[in-house]
Design a protein around this ligand. Sequence first.
Ligand SMILES: [Zn+2]
Length: 279
Amino acid sequence: MNQNKITVGDITIVGITDGSITFDPRILFPKNSLEIWSQFYDRFPEYFSGKYFKNNLGSFVFTSKDKIIIADTGFGPNGLMLGSEPPGKLLNELKLNNINLSDITNVFITHLHGDHFGWNFREDLPNRPITFTNAEYMIHKLDWDHYTNKENVDEDILKKIVPLESMNKLYLLDEEKEIAPGITAFHTPGHTPGHMSLLIASQNERAILVGDIFGSPMHITETDLFYTPDWDQNMAKSTRKNIINLIEKYNSTIIGSHLSFPGWGKIIRWKGKRYWKAL
Ligand SMILES: [Zn+2]
């Protein structure tokens, strides 16, 4: 089933995508052979192109009362990611789902990797105006400090993150915070210093947006491998395990940027291992 809308109690969630990119898994898992992924070919056929990963670049729109939050804004239309050119479909997808850019009240950025803030500005227009004209852009303070530091800053951050401050569009988070009724941001560090997740809880139903704690559906099973994009390997592994335990404990729905489109499912156990299963 590919329906891209679910509800969690009174909260509506729409899954959208900036497209997908295909790349050699050894870029992300340099210590492992291609063959270790063959056990997943039958389970996640949509996630493979031959032996390569076909990674979804997912974003999510949450509506709760008068708040409309978009979590992450894709890679955008310019540049290469892991050697591939992403399609940059996000704005078109929003239009197809009847979501107006000016209606978004909050842009929640799980972390400051380039595939999560690519459409903060209108990369398709000459003067690159801000995309979500009425929104607060929410970033964790530790990611802001780390990635705008002169030792780490890059062109993407300079173009798509730094200007938010002088435009008065930046809202830095540094503690757990309910950002809309039933939607709470909390700190899940490891992938980056200020990586954040969202707990969505309404009428006894729960979902957890996990950002890039899991970089693919396979990551729910293979939690302990060296993963190049993680800023702190040990912290990332322990966050990954904690969040799996939390999700299982509450039988929550799991929502992730790089899970198969539309990006949500459950964690199931099968023959002594845990797997992601699409809803
Ligand atoms: Zn990512």
